[in-house]
Write a protein that binds this ligand. Structure first.
Ligand code: MG
Length: 421
């Protein structure tokens, strides 16, 4: 009688070699904030394909053309089982590497290949990445408000929904420190819009958090995103003022251009630092992690090269006691979210995952989109990434021609000069 081992050998040896037969670019703007570019990697096995996210909403049209004209044709005919080799060869394919366009394209391919491998194995992807090291993925919610009390009430509503971690921003994007349009001492004929004032910021935000702690106690993990707005010495001042709040983390206290200052900040304050939303190159994260100068790495999975690169960063973090907090952001998509989810389930260096909510319309367009229950993210448990795309529905929402979606990145000070976003 045939034993189990023989049966297993037969079934694995019986898998026929695969080839990439085609690469389809699916670009869509189903809601005003979304400019999504996905790839569908088709294989020689009928019905077997993988999905990946090449989301860069600020350069979506360039990403689309780069896949269609440059990198997609390079992948056709290759073996989709050789994920690492295809990652490496795509990485050097356009010679100059680690660009914001090439990275998301590489990510899309990487996610699609992992998706294919998971489907072949008939397992959710996290099984192929080593299996679960946690039961579900805790996520943090985004609270905001115009006043201290409004912020407190918003945090409270998330606690009631089961979240244990809440990021709090006061006064909209960037989280405070803004002087309203036309106010303050400005050059006569200059910029009259809303401006950022870092002294105001360093004064008002720690005060708001003190209010939160007084109202809510220590039972909530509080997070805040500085959005790279501060100059180095005021960043240090801000971190010191946040010390009594006992933050879970303070994010992006400096722009990526000034990361050498983390050594100084680290030496003078115990406020936990999260950094890296804008990172795209290993030289940006490597020394911060290996010198233990930050507590959390905040890259976006699709901006750094996908699941393959995220697993490598997570391993580096594990060695040095740094934790992950993969970035999401309002314009991100469900496929990238699931890539993060499968990595999160399998890495000991996991810290927290940023949350992202999608409307029922998006769930219909991308069946298998993860859902949040009681502060935890859950995938579909289907093989691979566990998500599909309804291409008929996509046709109703073609990629928008909307260059103004980048307008928020232009932040100015009171003299009209640019502040790093
Ligand atoms: Mg951020």
């Amino acid at each position: 009688m045939e034993n189990i081992n023989n049966r297993y050998e037969k079934s694995t040896l019986g898998l026929s070699p695969l080839k990439i037969e085609g690469v389809k670019v699916i670009a869509t703007s189903p809601e005003p904030d979304y400019s999504w570019v996905f790839v569908k990697v088709l294989t020689s096995e009928p019905g077997l394909y993988g999905l990946g996210s090449a989301n860069n909403c600020y350069l979506a049209w360039a990403v689309k053309s780069a896949i269609e004209k440059h990198l997609g044709p390079f992948w056709v005919g290759k073996d989709p089982d050789r994920i690492e080799d295809l990652w490496q060869s795509t990485h050097v394919r356009s010679y100059w590497r680690n660009g914001t366009i090439t990275n998301v394209i590489q990510s899309a391919l990487d996610m699609a290949l992992w998706d294919i491998k998971g489907k072949r194995a008939n397992m959710p992807l996290y099984q192929l990445l080593g299996g679960k090291v946690r039961d579900a993925v805790p996520v943090y919610a985004h609270a905001n408000g115009e006043t201290e009390q409004a912020c407190t009430e918003n945090v409270q509503s998330y606690l009631e929904q089961g979240f244990r971690h809440v990021r709090v921003q006061m006064g909209g994007y960037g989280g405070g420190g803004f002087i309203p349009p036309g106010e303050g001492s400005r050059p006569k004929t200059g910029y009259q819009g809303q401006v950022f004032d870092e002294q105001l910021y360093v004064e008002t935000i720690p005060k708001m958090f003190r209010h939160l702690r007084t109202q809510l106690g220590l039972g909530v993990n509080l997070l805040h995103d500085v959005h790279e707005h501060l100059t180095p010495t005021l960043a240090l001042e801000f971190a010191k003022r946040m010390e009594p709040i006992r933050m879970f983390f303070v994010e992006d206290i400096l722009p990526p251009e000034q990361i050498d200052y983390f050594r100084k900040i680290r030496g003078l304050t115990s406020t936990p630092m999260a950094m890296g939303e804008l990172f795209t190159h290993p030289h940006e994260w490597r020394s911060l992690i290996s010198n233990r100068l930050i507590d959390f790495i905040r890259c976006r999975i699709s901006a750094i090269g996908g699941i393959t690169q995220a697993k490598k960063i997570a391993s580096l973090c594990e060695q040095f006691g740094v934790r992950t907090a993969w970035q999401e952001g309002g314009e991100n998509d469900p496929i990238n979210q699931l890539a993060a989810y499968h990595v999160d389930l399998t890495i000991p260096s996991f810290g927290i995952q940023e949350s992202n909510h999608f409307s029922e319309k998006i769930h219909e367009m991308l069946p298998g989109t993860a859902r949040i229950h009681d502060g935890y993210l859950y995938g579909s448990e289907k093989p691979g990434l566990g998500i599909d795309i309804d291409e008929q529905l996509v046709k109703k929402y073609p990629l928008a021609d909307n260059y103004q979606n980048s307008d928020w990145t232009t932040v100015r000070g009171i003299d009209g000069s640019l502040v790093k976003p």
